[in-house]
Design a protein around this ligand. Sequence first.
Ligand SMILES: *Cc1c(COP(=O)(O)O)cnc(C)c1O
Length: 417
Amino acid sequence: MAKKVTTKKAPAKKAPAKAAPKIAPKAAAKVRFKNSGHDIATRTIHVGGEPDPVTGAIMPPIYQTSTYVQSAPGVHKGYEYTRSHNPTRTRLEECLASLEQAKHCVVTASGLSAEMLLMHYLPAGSNIICGDDVYGGTYRLFTTIFQDMHNFKFIDTTNAKAVEKAVKEFKPAMIWLETPTNPLLKITDIVAVSEIAKKAKALVVVDNTFMSPYFQNPLVLGADFVLHSMTKYLNGHSDAVGGCIMMNDDEARKKLFTLHNSIGPCHSPFDSWLVLRGLKTLAVRMEAHAKNAMIIAEYLENHPKVERVVYPGLKSHPQYEIAEKQMLGFGGMITFFLKGDIKKSNKFLSTVKLFALAESLGGVESLIEHPAIMTHASVPKKVRESIGLTDNLIRLSVGIEHVQDLIEDLEEAFKAV
Ligand SMILES: *Cc1c(COP(=O)(O)O)cnc(C)c1O
């Protein structure tokens, strides 16, 4: 039987409705949804979702075009070339900025290309402190592509004292956080690290992919940049790749836009449209992911064949209190350690049927994976073991199927090992 779910704090209630400002109908669409105090569930649907002004189409057109006709040389409607700007992408950027309560958003071709832009944002030779348990691709990007350009120091950012000490010694220009981390779901206190960073004039970047803006807003907690792989929860349907960076600083936006335009990792209009469509259900999806994940985490925690479960919503999580404080929900990712070795892990992973054995996460369908062999194979074994990423560690991306079906699927796999 499914246990009663103890989902925590409801997402912030929308502010009491203000009297509608009297404005001309044409301008209404924009003003109505910008800074309107609407709940995030409303903003996912309406910001950037204004009807097409030409036809009234309720869904945004896919501007599948590379260029735009000018009426005289240099005279255009704000769009010249799709690498620089595209109206479908503009809508997506407006929506995403609003979801993270940010002023600006730059959408990119993938999460990793967004990370690349932030690496080029810093002058060559910069010092960067990075969490020691980040996404495998991030680790690879920093240690094999940018290691000649910048100096990286990987530390356990969950320990604010260690961060303070490292900041004093290393004098970083940037602190790179992922919270919760992938796959160990370690949680860093964003407020505490941002305060340390501010004093040392270091920029804070938070990779917020695991939480989505629905459960965590790092800019509000003091970060300078928020980054997402849109491939995961933002799009939510495992059918597009993309990335984005949100920020409040105008100069930073200008510089990132120039980098984006000059380097060129641009998101295709069709993929921007897909993410806009996926975003409309972000609120219901995240609620469902979190509800299912909480039930499954409790099921796993009580299972005799499980050594340990890591889920931010469990009281046993080492940083449960920070999670409670800075997150509005606990998300859909669970990590657990099977009792046994790599053979048993392999058996488990090849027995599940509903949970698809695949990399990636954040889609409506449940996925299961083995980080040591799959997503984190690019992290050397010695490094993996030093941070606790062992061979019996299994990661679940809990989807929004009926939770009882998911539990029965896991139970069958437990019987097989
Ligand atoms: C997937 C992922 C990335 C990379 O994003 P892509 O869209 O695959 O390039 C970065 N960070 C985290 C936490 C991720 O899960």
